[in-house]
Design a protein around this ligand. Sequence first.
Ligand code: ZN
Ligand code: ZN
Length: 379
Amino acid sequence: MPGEADYYETLGVQKDATPDEIKAAYRKLAKKYHPDVSTESKEVAEAKFKEVSEAYEVLSDADKRKLYDQYGHAGVEGQFGEGGFSWADFTRADDVSDIFGDIFGSMFGGSRRQPRSAARTGDSLRYDMDIDLNDVLNGKEVEISVPHTVTCRDCNGTGGKDGNVTTCGECGGLGRVQMVQRTPFGNMISESDCPTCRGRGKTFAEKCPKCRGAGRHSTTTKIEIKIPKGIADGSRIRVPGGGDAGYNGGGPGDLFVLVNIRGHKDFRRDGNNLWTEVQTTYPRLVLGGTAKVKTLEGETFEVEIPAGTQVGGVLRVPERGLPKANASVRGYLYIRVMLEVPKKVSAFEKELLEKLDDAAGKKPAGTRKSKVRQKLEGL
Ligand SMILES: [Zn+2]
Ligand SMILES: [Zn+2]
């Protein structure tokens, strides 16, 4: 992308270049890349010329340069139109007009854009939908209400009462008019929407009462969305034609439903696998045993804890995870085995634990020293 190149590199100047150095560098490059004199092909020369002019537009302006130095391209992109820098954004024509004089003009007319009156597809819309992990398990059909614009049926999208329209006399039905401006660069041709028909190419004597002449109106449409089993987080479900109404007979845009899966307090998703935790006791970790585990669907089953399982050890159970898309198989349920440490113990439990501790021969520093010593002395 030409717009992403470093402006200083584009002009071949240092970061601390003075305004005079920047101007000199631009003038040199402008001479090199002007399409009428460049040895490059017209397309390449025009692109290069535009690129150096964009860099110059920013670096020749103290404020824009400061923003660029601080934030890079993000700092200055707001200065230009939606598609990035265009010749309409260029304010420094005076700085090179003495070189080129009037021969410049032709290229600033820009490529002729499609007339606005041509059929255009409507805008696509995005709808954010939150679902639960259980919906991933079972799939879901959900009806959503989508606010969007639709083509007015009363006037068939023309905006004229009962669809009665005539071709605009001002623009001859093109929807756009050209204006020629004299500038230091020469004649600049700019196009804009036809003021008479507002770009539509058609005019009408009487407005359609339903859409007040717009040819489209806002409404809310209920749309059924099918969430497939095993859907990935962040998936986009496309609903063709669910977006905004088209223009001049163009079809509607699409609706994209962005699926966000809510977090679950007991389960974490990892692809088609699920992760959960189970609490157990120290004796069961050591000796082995079973533990009760709840599945995502709420069923309880017993899982075998093998003898010698470490705290944080992971057990893997097949077919208890999430369904794989378009398949009847399910992923794994991974169960992390945690140690439940009681905050309070009975006298009996305390005695057993102390005996166990003695037997293991590991005494926590300082805590039960005196008692241990007593015992040792008693032996
Ligand atoms: Zn017109
Ligand atoms: Zn209408």
